[in-house]
Design a protein around this ligand. Structure first.
Ligand SMILES: [Fe+2]
Ligand SMILES: [Fe+2]
Length: 264
């Protein structure tokens, strides 16, 4: 026995009289609906939502994100010279962006294994890892559609330049890593916004604007975690890394990377 959509549309939604024909139709309809929804769950993978689509074609239109907390947090803005160099070397920046997403997930995974005592930390980092790996897949897709092959790129000086100041005892080491994470996320956000404004590729510009929401949240999450897991006020430590980070971004840098300094 089959029943099509038109048949379903003609079924009464309520019935006050005992109408065996209608009761039978309703029962059939419910069976069909139930069976269809079961088969969808069992046989077909759910369509990715706009939020988590690996193909950037299906991403939602980016909402406007207030970047003032990001700009206030950072001690220096990206120079025009870096933006110009990045636009001229877009494949290198895209490659390094892919590296950054993978490293962001890897760093968060290390933290998850090292600091298992905090429920809040585990939850926030688990979400962050998921999002960074999705970004990684999305950037791989961008490289693929641009016909860009994977190319080895050594790490720049940026993260090392901050990590060398990490204190070596706990919980100070953990707090420093979380503060450094906040700076890396905030800087990524600032640079995506800077690139999105000038990039001559509307699809890529839209993708960079899409990233602003999650990356600005990552910055806030790292900062909040650092404060919540520290017995002391972290303002002094934040101010210290603010200077270190600003110096790495503003001073001449021989290597162009996503987080490099001003081109030498
Ligand atoms: Fe990311
Ligand atoms: Fe991130």
């Amino acid at each position: 026995m089959t029943i099509n959509q038109q048949d379903l549309a003609t079924l009464p939604s309520t019935t006050n009289t005992i109408d065996s024909d209608n009761i039978e139709k309703k029962a059939i309809a419910e069976t069909v609906i139930h069976t269809e929804s079961n088969s969808v769950n069992e046989c077909v993978e759910a369509e990715p939502t706009e939020e988590d689509s690996v193909d950037i074609t299906h991403l939602r239109t980016p909402i406007k994100v207030d970047l003032s907390p990001v700009y206030d947090f950072l001690g220096a803005r990206t120079t025009q010279a870096w933006v110009n160099a990045a636009i001229e070397n877009l494949p290198l920046i895209i490659q390094d962006h892919a590296n950054c997403e993978k490293k962001a997930a890897g760093t968060a995974m290390n933290l998850i294994f090292r600091y298992e005592f905090s429920y809040d930390l585990q939850r926030k980092l688990a979400q962050l890892i998921r999002e960074e790996m999705l970004h990684y897949e999305q950037v791989l897709g961008i490289m693929n559609e641009r016909g860009q092959e994977w190319k080895y790129l050594s790490a720049g000086r940026y993260a090392k330049g901050m990590l060398k100041h990490k204190r070596t005892y706990e919980p100070a080491a953990m707090v420093d890593v979380l503060i450094i994470g906040a700076f890396i996320e905030a800087r990524s956000c600032e640079r995506f916004a800077a690139l999105a404004e000038v990039i001559d590729d509307e699809r890529l510009a839209k993708y960079y604007r899409y990233l602003l929401k999650s990356e600005s949240r990552h910055f806030e999450d790292y900062l909040a975690l650092a404060q919540s897991l520290s017995d002391e006020n972290i303002d002094e430590r934040v101010a210290f890394f603010k200077e270190v980070e600003a110096e790495l971004i503003s001073s001449p840098d021989a290597e162009l990377r996503f987080h490099s300094g001003t081109p030498a």
